[in-house]
Design a protein around this ligand. Structure first.
Ligand SMILES: *Cc1c(COP(=O)(O)O)cnc(C)c1O
Length: 424
């Protein structure tokens, strides 16, 4: 099936007489005829549902759809994108381990890594996404267990050179984990370029209607965890399951199985089935919406580029943009609907511009059907210092405009009148 068809049909195939739409299994528990049968589930000797903290049929169908869209072997839904990135790292890193990470990442992820995971003893070295191979090489240590980056960073829109990062990761025997939230698998499938694990904040385009907060971790199944002794959690017995070894028992499903039966069991960041249902509704139109988001964003970026009231525009899909070439390589069909720019008059004019918008709303959100706008330096990134802002590519006058799927003419008319107000 092609991606647009997968959006609609993957993950759930009703049998004769069953509901056509994915049912919401709003149940914590599952009934069995004997305690022997249930015991086998607890020992992972048989597969089946027993408690929604570990698995739920609605959640699993949606995870399977996302896995199929990415071209992976397995996936797990999480209660947020933050939880997805935490699980993706924590599934293979322990206290004393180290991760090489692109510095162009979402502010929340930066705090998770640089503050909370550091407290847990996992250390990070941040490198610029456009660093040289030598600079990237120099960031690795003996205890490095993973490389992490965002395929198209939020909000700085830097395109990750996935092949460069994958090559470096693999030469050190570690996987490349990428957060593919902004392009979605409609515009970019990172496994095709060598990434091993993909994460998502499904809160964004995948949902697309601002109805649920969620995340997802997808495994390509391509990484060989047994090639070295860096991943004892996957390659040696788990005492909490009577000594099963994940790679032996679950093969290519080892990473996601461990994530579910160990991390979900212990940390419990599952989405409610109702949320998974809403996410699935969003996914059904993802291919259609991404096309429109990109078409509208290109029109808006072109308008901004030609406006005398705008000091700079960044949109990797815009010809002449410094990211254009690399974006064409990884996302030839389009990048996403997010455009960032600066209004003449700096920080103050940026605020005035935002307050003058009528159609676009000021929200802490992106990647929604409705056009929305945010000033990261005073909201999502306000915990960061000026230096940290610079390092993650967020100028203090940066306006992040998330172009929706309204008629482009209406969006541009709104921007035009707000620009005039802001620069009066
Ligand atoms: C929003 C976002 C996150 C965090 O996801 P939540 O669903 O808000 O927890 C992580 N990565 C990227 C790229 C994001 O845009």
């Amino acid at each position: 099936m092609k991606p647009a068809t997968k959006c609609i049909h993957s993950g759930y195939a009703p049998k004769n007489g069953e509901p056509r739409q994915l049912p919401i299994c709003q149940s914590t528990t599952y009934k069995y005829d004997s305690s022997v049968e249930m015991g086998k589930l607890f020992d992972l000797e048989a597969s089946g549902y027993f408690y929604t903290r570990l698995q739920n049929p609605t959640n699993d169908a949606v995870a399977a759809k996302i896995a199929d869209l990415e071209g992976g072997v397995a996936a797990v839904l999480t209660s947020s994108g933050q939880a997805a990135n935490f699980f993706a790292i924590f599934n293979i890193c322990n206290a004393g381990d180290h991760v090489v990470c692109s510095s162009a990442i979402y502010g929340g992820t930066f705090n998770l890594f640089n503050v909370t995971l550091k407290k847990l003893g996992i250390d990070f070295t941040f490198v610029a996404p456009d660093c040289t191979e030598e600079e990237l090489e120099a960031a690795f240590k003996d205890n490095t267990k993973a490389v992490f980056g965002e395929t198209l960073s939020n909000p700085s829109l830097q395109v990750l050179d996935i092949e460069k990062f994958a090559k470096a990761a693999h030469s050190h025997g570690v996987p490349l984990i990428v957060d593919n939230t902004f392009p979605t698998p409609i515009n970019l499938r990172p496994f095709e370029f060598g990434a091993d694990i993909v994460t998502h904040s499904t809160t964004k385009y995948m949902d697309g209607h601002a109805t649920q907060v969620g995340g997802c971790v997808v495994d390509s199944g391509n990484f060989d965890w047994t090639q070295n002794d860096k991943y004892p959690g996957l390659t040696t017995p788990d005492d909490s399951y009577h000594g099963i070894t994940y790679v032996e028992r679950f093969g290519k499903g080892a990473y996601i199985t461990k994530c579910v039966v160990q991390l979900m069991r212990d940390l419990g960041s599952i989405p409610g089935p109702q949320n998974a249902f809403l996410l699935n509704l969003g996914l059904e139109t993802l291919a259609l919406r991404m096309e429109r988001h990109c078409e509208n964003a290109l029109k808006v970026a072109t308008y901004l580029k030609n406006s005398d009231l705008v000091s700079w525009v960044s949109y990797p899909g815009l010809e002449g943009d410094e990211q254009y070439e690399i974006a064409q390589k990884y996302m030839p069909k389009g990048t996403c609907g997010v455009v960032s720019f600066g209004v003449k008059g700096g920080r103050e004019a940026a605020t005035k511009f935002m307050d003058s918008l009528k159609l676009a709303s000021i929200v802490t959100h992106v990647a929604d059907a409705k056009t929305c706008v945010l000033h990261p330096a005073s909201t999502t990134h306000r915990q960061l210092t000026e230096q940290q802002l610079l390092e993650c590519g967020v100028k203090s006058d940066l306006i992040r405009l998330s172009v929706g799927i309204e008629d482009a003419e209406d969006i541009i008319a709104d921007i035009e009148q707000a620009l005039v107000e802001a620069t009066k």
